[in-house]
Design a binder for this molecule. Structure first.
Ligand SMILES: N[C@@H](CCC(=O)N[C@@H](CS)C(=O)NCC(=O)O)C(=O)O
Length: 202
């Protein structure tokens, strides 16, 4: 069975959202970040970065949200969350899966920290370039790959929630409406309930 290492109030809640979308049984293992459990040798042996999420399935250890989305999307094809190899939609799907970590995350940190960078040298360009590309990508919604909800929406949706909540992303209708669509999904609602239950028990 898939085992997910996670913590409330962290990016790992998006992996719960994904597992709830899939609907297969899985086990959740809480990592208490406030108690520093992520830095203990037992957890570092799973993720040497000391970050959540991490997913374990048999001998496979999957770290990084994007890798988890890719792994689970391919492992549970019946859930229909990952376009098949050879399907042209897979190109769009891969682009947005990678865009979240490669472009959105650094753009947020630049916006948050006010770094000066050279647009042509930074892999993400700059925040305005990233946000314009994201806006264009969402123009033909309802989902980032068009009509079909995929694991790329878990990555992009998770990023949009985070950016809106912490003020790194402008509240343009294209972003807020997309966040509303993601937030209305039963699996997303369930992931927030699981987070609230864990917080209450801590
Ligand atoms: N690159 C990682 C980032 C995950 C991440 O940032 N996790 C944070 C919580 S949001 C974390 O585990 N922080 C604990 C720490 O660094 O001590 C991924 O995409 O999975």
């Amino acid at each position: 069975m898939v085992k997910l290492y996670w913590a409330p109030h962290s990016r790992s809640v998006t992996s719960i959202w994904l597992l709830e979308e899939i609907g297969a049984p899985y086990e959740r293992v809480l990592v208490d970040l406030r108690a520093g459990e992520q830095d203990k040798p037992e957890y570092r042996a799973i993720n040497s970065m000391g970050k959540v999420p991490a997913l374990v399935e048999g001998d496979a250890v999957v770290c990084e949200q994007g890798a988890i989305c890719t792994w689970l999307g391919d492992r549970f094809p019946e859930a229909g969350l990952a376009p098949a190899i050879g399907d042209p939609l897979r190109a769009t799907w891969l682009r947005w899966l990678f865009f979240a970590g490669n472009c959105i995350e650094p753009a947020y940190m630049q916006k948050f920290s006010g770094w000066e960078t050279v647009k042509s040298r930074a892999a993400w360009g700059d925040p305005d370039t990233v946000y314009a590309a994201l806006e264009k990508g969402l123009e033909h919604g309802p989902w980032i790959c068009g009509e079909r909800f995929t694991t790329a929406d878990i990555m992009i949706g998770g990023g949009v929630f985070y950016g809106l909540a912490f003020g790194m992303l402008d509240k343009r209708p294209v972003f807020t409406e997309y966040a509303e669509r993601c937030g209305a999904r039963p699996a997303f609602i369930r992931s927030r309930e699981i987070e609230a239950e864990a917080l209450a028990a801590m």
